[in-house]
Design a protein around this ligand. Structure first.
Ligand code: SAM
Length: 220
């Protein structure tokens, strides 16, 4: 990903961004702080130059290394499920383009993010620096979490897993929420699990499609 100077005002892009937000709202997303952050964090900064024209399409787009920036509606759905509040500590697994992490940061969360692909992480880091996001990141296998900064109020996994990795559940704070796509490699359900003492309460939303979570407690 490159650092580029985007026009702050462009009637065409403003229109397309408004349309994207309207669609997400129409599909049931109600968190106004999230919708406002999605207006502010410009998805054009995080897509490849050749795809700028499609930055506000409600679909996943390639970011290189066979990976994708997720569909805006999916990002909104998962972020709403995380119940992000200013000052909350959130761990993201799968930095990718950096868009999801930037969105969480724009909502006032303290963001930690792990990416297994060094090239993608370097690209995201450049954007964080350029846009002055204060996000802590590392290259590694996110399936084992990031013990050093645990516990987290929220953990969001942006790649599809065969099951929710136990270390990510263990690293949740009391009342903390894990949002993770779980299923086979073709189709996943988003599992939303809240920690209540030693117990975990889970609900699921069906029919999502992610690239695989590869790691010790993911796909091999
Ligand atoms: N959140 C990203 C964004 O906003 O652009 C979308 C990420 S993409 C759908 C999923 C990412 O998860 C890929 O960049 C992939 O390299 C990464 N990934 C897969 N397995 C991982 C693991 N075990 N630990 C960390 N990152 C992983």
């Amino acid at each position: 990903m490159i650092q580029r100077k985007l026009p702050t005002k462009s009637p065409r892009f403003d229109f397309e961004r408004d349309e994207m937000i309207a669609l997400i709202r129409q599909r049931g997303i109600e968190d106004e702080r999230l919708l406002k952050a999605m207006m502010l964090v410009d998805r054009r900064e995080f897509v490849q130059a050749a795809l700028l024209n499609r930055a506000y399409d409600d679909c996943a787009l390639p970011i290189g290394h066979s990976q994708t920036i997720s569909q805006p509606y999916t990002v909104a759905f998962m972020t709403e499920a995380l119940e992000v509040k200013p000052g909350k500590k959130i761990l993201e697994i799968g930095t990718g383009s950096g868009y999801q992490a930037a969105l969480l940061s724009a909502m006032g969360a303290r963001v930690y993010t792990i990416e297994r692909n060094m090239d993608l992480l370097n690209g995201a880091r450049k954007i964080f620096e350029h846009l002055k996001y204060n996000i802590v990141s590392k290259c590694g296998d996110g399936t084992i979490g990031w013990k050093e900064f645990a516990p987290y109020d929220g953990v969001i996994v942006t790649a599809g897993a065969p099951e929710a990795p136990q270390p990510l559940l263990d690293q949740l704070a009391e009342g903390g929420i894990l949002v993770i796509p779980v299923g086979d490699k073709e189709i996943q359900s988003i599992q939303i699990t809240r920690r209540l003492g030693e117990k975990f309460q889970t609900r699921e939303a069906h029919g999502f499609k992610f690239v695989p979570l590869i790691g010790k407690i993911g796909w091999k």
